[in-house]
Design a protein around this ligand. Structure first.
Ligand code: 6PG
Length: 248
């Protein structure tokens, strides 16, 4: 992983429960998108998978229609994706489509899904294709990148002890043995994840409290807790519930 210059210290927001966390993060994202568009920008965002991301996406689907955001001028990417068929229930993009992308007037040309098994022959081909797509559109300087974290400290599909953690010459990598099913995935690398202006971790549940505490402790090795290796250029926020914050 390439060394990155010092960044603002992470901010921690503790919410009463996962539902409150999801509502708050969705509301904050809407505000950021409205602000960016008011500045004349076309914001890019990075999505993730998992249960808390889904809860937040549902809130975006609910709150989005009455917001001031021009959804047709929001560019959507993923930080990671499961390498499965496009219509698989495991697919992060399918979840996002069903919860909010298809409910709001997004421009399909600006929704950049990672390749599915129908689009690419292997995870490495998929990673290469997505890297090219990102490079063609500014190499992933997202206004906001949302990330979940596993109880093992994984982030996107970068898992503890995996060789992908040391890839520093690529934008995206293939994963074939993810400990969290399904095993085949595509993930942005640390270098790409660290290009965002704002990084938001969405983490709930007591089972993740140890990993949260380690990720936020100074000097944690990213090979042990990959989430410790990602931050935003201008801002990093940890949206937690009481359970996940219980060891801070
Ligand atoms: C995925 C992910 C993954 C996820 C975390 C947290 O595709 O599985 O992108 O990194 O965000 O595992 O997921 P939960 O919120 O379900 O624990």
């Amino acid at each position: 992983m390439t060394d990155i210059p010092p960044r603002p210290a992470p901010r921690i927001e503790v919410h009463v429960d996962a539902a409150d966390l999801a509502t708050s993060a969705a509301g904050e994202l809407i505000t950021r998108l409205e602000d960016a568009q008011a500045r004349g920008e076309e914001p890019h965002i990075g999505l993730t998978g998992g249960s808390i991301a889904k809860a937040m996406h549902q809130e975006l689907g609910r709150m989005g229609p009455t917001s001031e955001v021009d959804w047709s001028r929001v560019v959507v990417w993923w930080g990671d994706e499961r390498f499965v068929a496009a219509d698989s229930e495991d697919r992060n993009a399918r979840e996002a489509r069903e919860t909010f992308l298809d409910r709001l007037p997004f421009d399909p040309a600006k929704v950049h899904e990672m390749p599915s098994t129908g689009d690419a022959g292997s995870v490495d081909d998929a990673a290469e294709a997505y890297s090219t797509e990102l490079r063609e559109h500014g190499a992933g300087a997202f206004e906001v990148l949302m990330l979940g974290m596993g109880p093992d400290g994984h982030v996107a599909s970068l898992f503890p002890g995996s060789p992908q953690l040391d890839v520093d010459d690529r934008v995206a990598v293939g994963v074939t043995d993810s400990p969290k099913p399904p095993p085949e995935r595509v993930s942005l690398t640390f270098d790409a994840l660290n290009r965002s202006r704002c990084v938001w971790f969405l983490v709930n549940g007591e089972g993740k409290a140890g990993a949260v505490a380690q990720a936020l402790a100074p000097g944690t090795d990213v090979h042990d807790i990959p989430a410790a290796g990602v931050s935003g250029e201008a801002e990093t926020i940890w949206f937690l519930d009481r359970g996940s914050a219980s060891q801070l």
